[in-house]
Design a binder for this molecule. Structure first.
Ligand code: NAD
Length: 365
């Protein structure tokens, strides 16, 4: 039982998503409720089901709910390739200005990994960069107009058979994400923040990001500051990941390096995340909807459960969050009720289903 079971339930928007989202979300809710913390869930479908029933994967009611509750737990949502529909995930982050994506990557005891000492946090900018979705399709009048502009202003030719994606990076966006990273480091007792960039090549975008990062870093003399070029960082991550602490990155590098870091700590099945802004916070795993496994009840619910633990912490339910994280660690370390992706090497145990693993976690609270 939670110490505050008598207090008002927390209003939370629950978006199960699509693909494997509904089954990992259904497995997660009972674990969070088993802590004794009470929730007033506002269930909101988005993604494929909403598309089929309402003609849009992101009906306005979903955003309205999140604006009301200011907190959401979300399963992954498929982004169909080439349909013209903008990613629901990107739209949610943009609409609610959830500018900071926070992805802690720590090796839990018992997880199969070659890197036992990794404990780093990715802070990814969530609203700008190549991910902003400003794109010009090949052969369109707008692509042609852009080619003319580039010829006139930059004296460079873009070949006529090119598509173009723009990479806007602002001072404001860079400053606030780097400040978020330093504040996070202070709050969580972290020692250093590394700004990750490719400013040697992209001088006016990554260069601006780095310039702002240096300025913000001067305001935090208690936290060490490092600068890392993104390609060199990737090598460092696979050679000495234990030397990384808080990493702050523009959107696209953050997206790619998140999966790399998830791989270091046992895979996408165990990597949670949070999207945070001034108006709301939305908690979801790093992984996607893995559509090929939809309905299999075989995928690991851990990333979604640990995203729920991050949400508990955000709601001030620190003790419940710690209990959930402890229960996950115990179940994985014991290795008897775990899904195939985290089954210990050489184990003869049958892989647990999604539901069985979540039940074992709830029982270990
Ligand atoms: P994915 O993360 O869905 O799956 C890649 C692989 O990772 C899977 O085949 C599986 O082997 C493994 N995996 C993922 N989740 C797992 C889990 N819980 N347990 C064990 N293994 C797991 O990546 P994808 O196939 O590139 O993307 C599928 C769809 O998801 C795409 O439409 C993509 O746009 C979308 N997506 C959504 C989000 C989001 O909702 N935030 C994030 C990433 C991708």
């Amino acid at each position: 039982m939670s110490a505050d079971a008598s207090s008002a339930p927390h209003p939370v928007t629950l978006i199960p998503g699509d693909g494997i989202g509904p089954e990992i979300t259904a497995a997660t809710v009972p674990v969070l409720e088993a802590t004794g913390v009470r929730f007033a869930w506002d269930l909101q479908s988005a993604g494929e089901e909403a598309m089929a029933k309402e003609g849009t994967p992101l009906p306005p009611r979903v955003l309205a709910s999140l604006r009301r509750t200011r907190v959401g737990l979300k399963g992954p949502i498929t982004t169909p390739v080439g349909t013209g529909f903008r990613s629901v995930n990107v739209s949610l982050r943009k609409e609610l200005d959830l500018y900071a994506c926070v992805r802690p990557c720590r090796v839990l005891p018992g997880v199969r990994t070659r890197f036992p000492d990794v404990d780093l946090v990715i802070i990814r900018e969530n609203t700008e960069d190549l991910y902003a979705g400003i794109e010009f399709a090949v052969g369109t009048p707008s692509a042609e107009a852009l080619r003319r502009l580039v010829r006139d202003e930059a004296h460079r030719d873009i070949s006529a058979d090119s598509g173009v994606s723009l990479k806007p990076v602002s001072r404001t966006g860079s400053r606030r994400i780097v400040r978020y990273a330093f504040e996070y480091a202070r709050l969580h007792g972290r020692k250093k923040v590394a700004a990750v960039h490719k400013a040697n090549i992209m001088k006016y975008t990554d260069g601006l990001f780095l310039e702002e990062a240096r300025a913000v870093a001067r305001e935090y003399p208690d936290i060490a500051f490092e600068e890392r070029i993104v390609d060199a960082l990737c090598m460092l991550l696979v050679q000495h990941p234990e030397s990384c602490d808080v990493l702050v990155l523009p959107n696209l590098y953050g997206d790619i390096v998140s999966d790399l870091a998830a791989g270091l700590v046992g895979g996408l099945g165990v990597a949670p995340g949070a999207n945070v802004g001034e108006q709301a916070a939305l908690f979801e795993p790093t992984h996607g909807s893995a559509p090929a496994f939809r309905g299999s009840n075989k995928m690991n619910p851990t990333a979604q459960i640990l995203s729920g633990a991050l949400m508990l912490r955000h709601l001030g339910e620190t003790e419940a969050a710690t209990r959930v994280e402890g229960a996950v660690a115990r179940v994985i370390a014991e290795g008897r009720h775990v899904t195939a992706d985290v089954l210990p090497d050489g184990s003869t145990a049958r892989p647990a289903t999604t539901t069985e693993m979540a039940e074992a976690i709830a029982a270990a609270l």
